[in-house]
Write a protein that binds this ligand. Structure first.
Ligand code: DQA
Length: 151
């Protein structure tokens, strides 16, 4: 079965209480339930993790490379400045694995500092602005790439 790690960065553990007007009212626990259900529908083995720690996130990306696991990554604020995360994400895609950058909000429509993603250039692609559905679309992309090698 195709394995996918869904990795959430800093402050995403606060979903539901953190700026619900921007990020919605679903908690991180709700996100885990939804993402696992979408994974099952798509025949993917999905594991969801969240950390506020950059080095832990980097380590999880190294683990994905070493185990041949695709990644759906919401780097949260690290998106905008973490070259360490970018370098780790690059190793995932260089290994031939899919890495989809996801965002609940649409950073391009928000403050200027959110317009730059240092991760986007090494990701397979990005899904942003659809709330929790961004994760559903990202998982669908991973699953589709597994069957459609022409894409
Ligand atoms: C976010 C967007 C980032 O700019 C922000 O720092 C986050 C969440 C999103 O999912 O919309 O923490 O990645």
């Amino acid at each position: 079965m195709t394995r996918v790690l869904v990795l959430n960065g800093p402050n995403l553990g606060r979903l539901g209480v953190r700026e619900p007007d921007v990020y919605g009212t679903a908690s991180h626990a709700d996100l885990v339930v939804a993402v696992q259900a979408w994974g099952r529908e798509l025949g993917l083995e999905v594991e969801v993790r969240q950390t506020d720690d950059e080095s832990e996130l980097v380590g999880w990306l190294h683990g994905a490379v070493d185990t041949g696991t695709h990644v759906v990554l919401n780097p949260a604020a690290f998106t905008h400045y973490s070259y360490a995360l970018r370098d780790a994400a690059a190793q995932v895609t260089r290994a031939g694995l899919t890495l989809v950058e996801v965002h609940l909000s649409n950073p391009a429509a928000r403050e200027e500092f959110r317009h730059l993603s240092v991760v986007a250039g090494v990701a397979t692609g990005t899904v942003a602005g659809f709330g929790l559905l961004s994760y559903a679309l990202a998982l669908r992309a991973v699953a589709a790439r597994e069957v459609d090698v022409g894409a």
